[in-house]
Write a protein of this length. Structure first.
Length: 569
């Protein structure tokens, strides 16, 4: 018998009842349907709405010791799919994922269907290794990968070997053994799989986290973390060691945090990754920040500015000198806006210098410098020396304290255009923060050209977008009671968007230009409430107003605007 089986054999109905996922009565009813239809029990409890498909996969994974994955594009090697005929794949609801020598890993929704695996073993002449996945994902994958009319470009083609295997190992191995294992082909392929799939899915970060009985791989896509696979924990040290080797770090050091960089090549281009490890009670957690210039939006026209804001921001950037601030919480796209502004201003006639922590994207012609606090190379210290380099435009990654703020402001008053960011929630708070740092009001009023505050909001997935008529109560709450026939949009959720209903992000921007009236107010050392009252009196557009306009335009949802604006305020 050539089927890899778990050590424990228990009936699915018993497991579900024991964990209070279904009642004994529901179990008996499902068994009765099974006797009549010969369907699998797992299929029946999902079809009868006794249990969600996600819960079924989760409990089977935990109780039977199988790895489970959310089956997405990139996890299936199209070269091995047709080793099982399409009719058999549909009948048994399985799909081959990859093959290593004589071991064939398949995705299945029913890991206890041993008779199916026996037949597949005879058909393929391989040892069958099942991995759990949702039946709906498997059926969709069958339609995709068995369709001869569809050209499938899978990143597994980028690997030197199409062999990806979850390798068993002893967690108490010494450093030499783990290092040897990390250099092994299956571990290299698994690490390549994790990284390249993340790049294909436009993830911004990869999280690798040890847990009890498994290790978890999550991708941050459009600001939200999604779990994509949970391999066995025995290979975790080797995976982390492989990543440390790629980042040229010490694989023997597990007690202290480590930081590094690496590059991978995909489709003829290089992609930078920042490595960060942090020791925890279950082992090191690793986060990889993906810096893919191809997927980065570094164009002012594509950031989500409305026409009025775009014109105003461009006018600010064209001024010969002054200070322009971009504000917002972490992850709101401030750096992207600064890079886009620098790209817009970048010409051979100008000397543009940046001070960053760290440098995220390398740009042509621009002189980029990286902060290094460990040797005393701070924002303020580099900025002092940059001003002796005859710059026209200076980008300061972040103003964190008074010294940097003072140097930046004085630089803007001596003929330089200075662009920088502040960690504040809105434009009014940016002025208040500078005052709180002890910057004299007259310096702020003289130097500050304008402030924009921003958030990143998720856009509705075009694959599963649907429209609906909002309730009268919602229209009343949003001040749209007079808008007759208004329809809003939402996403139903599909494999393309990880069932979230959203795919991609766009910015919403609150724009505040410092005119003569606002300069006069700043000279009075105002509170943040007074600045906000001034904005309201002069009809400045707020983040909430900009976001609701995007909802009206069918770009995003009202709930997403509330999450992005209020959750981070």
């Amino acid at each position: 018998m050539r089927v890899a089986r778990p050590t424990e054999k228990r009936k699915l109905g018993e497991i579900l009842v024991e964990h209070n996922l279904i009642s004994e009565e529901q179990c008996q009813a499902a068994l009765m349907i099974q006797r009549k239809t010969a369907k699998r029990l797992g299929q029946i409890v999902v079809e009868e709405n006794m249990l969600s498909e996600d819960d079924l996969v989760e409990v089977l994974s935990k109780q039977l010791g199988y790895t489970h994955v959310w089956l997405r594009k990139g996890l299936v090697d199209p070269k091995v799919v047709k080793i099982i005929p399409k009719e058999k794949a549909k009948l048994y609801q399985v799909i081959p994922m990859f093959r290593v020598n004589n071991d064939l890993t398949i995705a299945t929704a029913d890991p206890q269907a041993v008779f199916i695996f026996d037949e597949l073993s005879k058909i393929t002449k391989c040892t069958i290794k099942p991995i759990l996945s949702r039946a709906s994902d498997i059926l969709q994958a069958i339609d995709t990968y068995y369709d001869d009319g569809v050209q499938i470009t899978d990143f597994l083609d980028e690997l030197h070997e199409n062999e990806i295997q979850l390798v068993e190992s002893n967690p108490d191995q010494d450093i030499q053994e783990i290092g040897d294992m990390a250099e092994g082909s299956p571990i290299i392929n698994l690490v390549n799989l994790i990284i390249l799939k993340a790049i294909k899915d436009h993830a911004s970060d990869i999280h690798l986290e040890p847990d009890v009985g498994k290790f978890r791989v999550r991708y941050r896509i459009d600001g939200i973390l999604y779990e994509v696979m949970t391999p066995k924990p025995e290979i975790y040290p080797a995976v982390i060691s492989r990543l440390k080797i790629m980042a040229k770090l010490d694989i023997a050091e597990r007690r202290m945090p480590q930081d590094g960089r690496m590059q991978v090549y995909l489709e003829g281009r290089s992609v930078d990754l920042r490595f960060s490890s942090l020791p925890g009670i279950l082992g090191e957690k690793v986060v990889l920040r993906i810096l893919d210039k191809k997927s980065a939006v570094l164009d002012l026209n594509r950031l989500g500015f409305n026409e009025h804001t775009l014109v105003g921001f461009r006018n600010m950037l064209q001024k010969p000198f002054g200070l322009v601030l971009v504000t917002g919480p972490t992850g709101s796209g401030k750096s992207t806006t600064l890079y886009s502004a620098i790209n817009y201003l970048n010409t051979i006639e100008k000397n543009i210098v940046t001070i960053e922590d760290p440098v995220e994207y390398q740009l042509e012609i621009i002189n980029q410098n990286q902060v290094n606090e460990s040797i005393g190379l701070s924002f303020a210290r580099i900025l002092k020396h940059v001003l002796r380099q005859d710059p026209d435009i200076v980008m300061v990654g972040e103003i964190r304290e008074r010294e940097t703020a003072e140097i930046a402001i004085r630089a803007s008053l001596t003929g330089h255009m200075v662009l920088s960011t502040l960690h504040t929630n809105d434009s009014a708070s940016a002025i208040s923060r500078l005052l709180d740092m002890g910057i004299p009001p007259y310096l702020i009023a003289s130097s500050l050209v304008g402030v924009i505050a921003q958030r990143l909001i998720r856009t509705v997935c075009v694959e599963c977008k649907t429209s609906y008529v909002p309730s009268a109560a919602l229209l009343q709450q949003l001040g749209w009671a007079d808008e007759k026939g208004l329809r809003l949009v939402k996403g139903k959720g599909c494999p393309s968007c990880y069932d979230s209903g959203y795919k991609g992000r766009i910015g919403i921007i609150e724009f505040m230009e410092v005119d003569s009236d606002l300069k006069a107010l700043i000279l009075e050392n105002p509170s943040v409430e007074e600045i906000r009252a001034f904005e309201g009196k002069n009809n400045y557009s707020t983040l909430m107003m900009e976001g609701l306009n995007k909802a009206k335009e069918g770009i995003t949802t009202v709930s997403e605007i509330s999450r992005a604006v209020y959750a981070e305020s």
